[in-house]
Write a protein of this length. Sequence first.
Lengths: 322, 262, 245
Amino acid sequence: MSAYIVSILTEGAIFGIMALGLNVIWGWSGDFDLAYYGYIAVGAYMTLVLTIGPPTSPAHYILGLQLPYPAAVVLAVISSMAVGLVVGLIALRHLRGIYFSIVTLGAVYVMYVFAGQYVPLFDGYNGLSGLFDPMGDWFGLDYLSYQWFLMGLCLVMFGLVLLFMWRLSGSRFGMALRTLREDERAAAAFGRDIYRLKLKGYVLGAGVGGFAGALFAAYLSAFNPSAWSPIEIIVLYAAVLVGGRGNIWGVVLGVFIMGIVVQESTRFLPEVPGHPQIVLALRGVIIGLVLVLFLRFRPQGLLPERRFVDPAPKLEPATRTA
Amino acid sequence: MSAPAPTPVLEVRGLTKHFGGVYAVEACSFVAPMGQVTGLIGPNGAGKSTAIDLISGFKLPDSGTVLFKGRALEGLPPHVISRLGLIRTFQTPREWPGLTVLENVVMANWDGGREGFLRGLVGLGRAQSVKAADELAWAREILEEFGLTELRNERAGNLSGGQKRLVEFARIRMAQPELVILDEPMGGVNPVLGERMALAIEAFIASGTSVIVVEHNLPFIERVTQHVIVMAQGTVIAEGPFESLRSNQDVIDAYLGELVKQ
Amino acid sequence: MSQDPNLPSPAVLEVEELTAGYGGPPVISGVSIAARRGFITAIVGPNGAGKSTLLKAIAGLIRPTGGVVKFKGADVTGQPAEKLVSKGLAYVPQVANVFPDLTIRENLDMGGYSRRSGVRERIDELFKLFPDLAASSHRKAHTLSGGQRTMLALARGLMVDPAVLILDEPSAGLAPMFQALIWERIEAIRATNVAVLVIEQNTRETLRHAQWAYVLVLGQNRLEGPGKDLLDDEEVVNLYVGRLS
């Protein structure tokens, strides 16, 4: 298997975890959250500052510990959940729809600018680097074998998150979140604590995002503001929308499709000499086009959310009439 | 010595709410007896919907008390009031449109023990699984009662207005509250469904749910209620059995308007 | 249709067998009314009768599914509101009937948007009819009291010099003392030879002022006649308090 396929699968798995987390907030609870990438970033940053050791001048960043990778991941997830809790407490109290989205957009830009400008935090625009082959030394892997290991790790983690989401999707908790999406006043009239329930979903989603961020940091071995332009959220939303909002298998399909669209579509585009950026720009155009077409013609996605279908009752033997 | 009067299911005292200088509800007081259907009528702008919002926790009153089976409700959020046994419907049908009819009815039953996040991951215990199975069977029976069995797997959002109202009634039946407040249930519904709704309301009473119904359709009120309260300009102007209110001059004036002094 | 032999010219607005709704079953079916210049024609009836729906269907805000609307003799059924306004059929809605951030003068200006000429003159004429508005012409609409806002909405409707002015509950949300004021203005408008078609919450007050009134019940014509006659009619009271005849 070529190195190219290995990296595609690794990225795909990480991207898949991100999309599954977003599906909880948007697919099930129905909130169009624009702060999501911020939680991914928090996960990545925190993982790095907990594993790469103390800063060497002129770099500046907080913490700078050298914890084993799994421990750092756990703490990173907790951090992103904490940030998610703060944003959620504010945004979910009274705001819905476009007002909610705008506030979350504001929140993520605050995070983005803060991370970039406040150098002592995560070394500003330089960002952090140096997470080489986490856990590789446990198994004595060389560079090449490590790529396989990381791919395997990410795919296994993706599988676990998928299992996690599969259980929640069919559970009463998952159904309760959906009643909030469908009609929250009715949900309140039937005993659901809207605020608390939405918060639970939101913090859960943020945590999954942070987890994906932690894996992302291991894959990139570094992280800086250029890795998380808040516009990246659009690609995630495209994956969830195209695949099937609310349906975890739809999300997986969406990740697969958007992965192909993103990677392979640009392969067939002509290169314009003197304009190396054009391929990147056209990628954006194609993603936008896909989004608009789906929103217009197939908003439920390719695999719509599956409903519980009650099987037909067993027929009673017909009573004979004279 | 006579037996003490039974606690009314709902007692409202001096309920007041204003929006920027306009009193939507002012010193509104009434009693709804337990085990009966009480009507709440009045012309447009009388404050009936606001009163319901205040009683059910969707709005906070400026002053006044609401006693549900003797327990004070003011200040409690709507989901808490619902869990205490008071459920209200809305002027437009508020089904969960993306869920099926059966799912709508099953989810009408709030069960804190089964709705937690950890429960969702870990799965239900044996006793809870039995509970869930019973609940599903019960939901099917309710749908049968309302003639909705054929539609049980249909997205609730695809149903007609009258069918959606029936789904709402089925949800109430499932939740078995002690008091249900129906906000204009006949609104936008074909009058032929009126008798079915009336029977459903009688079934509520039979199963131990008291009913308060707000309606403009006065023949319907006459059909289903034992006791009627009339509101106008934010306050109660009359109460009694419907027949007596028809000839009540205050009620007639409220509906037809008073001639303004020139 | 009103066939009072004492009436002069043909009606400027004739509605025949109109049926309309909001997508589901029709709210009004086969309703027929007529309005004449210089008359106040009222639509009354218990809640849910479809009065507001009827006005919206005539004014082009919703599309009728059956029936005919004739304005100045021509068939205008189903034409959109903006077309009808420029022809002289103005509708004043119950809510959101003025632009809050614009001044009184600017609101009137906007009301005269479809006029080709004479906007200034028309504004001056209306200021004579509504002296209260003239005094505050520079004030923004959101600073006005409820009653003044209604006056502004009425005046704005009149900017196009309409033959028919349709009023959807003009005194809704206003303190009862304003009712007399509003009816006074409506009388003054009627006197300028406009056909006023009005629905109002206070049925008795409406019947007192209407030259002709139609009683709608459950979306259909039930009674009609001179307002004063219906005021004393026992059957009207019965319809309101639910006594099935």
